[in-house]
Design a binder for this molecule. Sequence first.
Ligand SMILES: [Zn+2]
Length: 339
Amino acid sequence: MSERYSRQVLFPGIGKEGQEKISRKHVLIIGAGALGSGSAEILVRAGVGKITIVDRDYVEASNLQRQQLYTEEDVAEKLPKAAAAEKRLKAINSDVIIRSIIGDATPEVLEELIVGVDLMLDATDNFETRMAMNDIAQKYDVPWIYGACVGSFGMSFSIIPGKTPCLNCLLRTIPLQGMTCDTGGIISPAVQMVIAHQTAEALKILVEDWDAVRTSFVSFDVWRNQYTTMKMSKAKFAGCLSCGEERTYPYLDRENMTKTTVLCGRDTVQIRPSSVRGLSLERLAEQLSALGYDVKGNPYLLSVEMEAERMVIFQDGRALIHGTKDLTHAKSIYQRILG
Ligand SMILES: [Zn+2]
């Protein structure tokens, strides 16, 4: 065991004491796409005590170019990313406790998962989840590390409640909303650079080397050879509803949560039922096959082929409808299949 982490222990910033701290920490990673699979692999190899990873999607061929935990076999099996990530991470380091959650990181889910967590990593692709993470971090006093990338561009910022401005504060100076949906493509080195920034900050926070934590907002473009850091000490806004004195945590309000969402950069609509329902996928598969639908599945999900669309149904009743961006049309398909 000591041999396993010897190079990391030799690094003066970590040492034996730091390694022991790392081994006792619990990191919550929201998203198991490109950023999430890279960060999870680095932290699992580094010997973090426990990792919880949450993702709502399943593995597709277009993920393999940059989502390093997945294989062609995962694509063929249509495995949910969280399940495929858990399998691979356990194979990498059996000492780490890995928990995977297949589903949306809603405020409700985050409130449950945050208990006992030392650090959260942002590996999501949507603004709504990031803002909910930001409010949860402030409410439960847990540091988190923002990260995003599109094309060859990426950025990261470490948010320490009580010390740094929060993401809601930053929105007053940086238009981050535009950084949430990639429709124009992405290259893997940009992803890896964000992962490097996020996990370096993660290690500093896990060993509690607070002086080493970067306080600036970093952004870069690996294609255009640009690297910028911005000081953020003045960005903290006293009236901020997420971290200010009169805080209300607006992004944890369930009323603000959309139930139907067009997914990032894809012809896909996600529909989440208003209450979690335990579906028998096996029985549903039988019923749909009897009605003449072409149904394929695994223990986690069912894939149903329709005339123009394909619908993927998860156990909790959540569905992804591929082949449309029309919310009303997607809802009618959902109702037809799941009632
Ligand atoms: Zn704030």
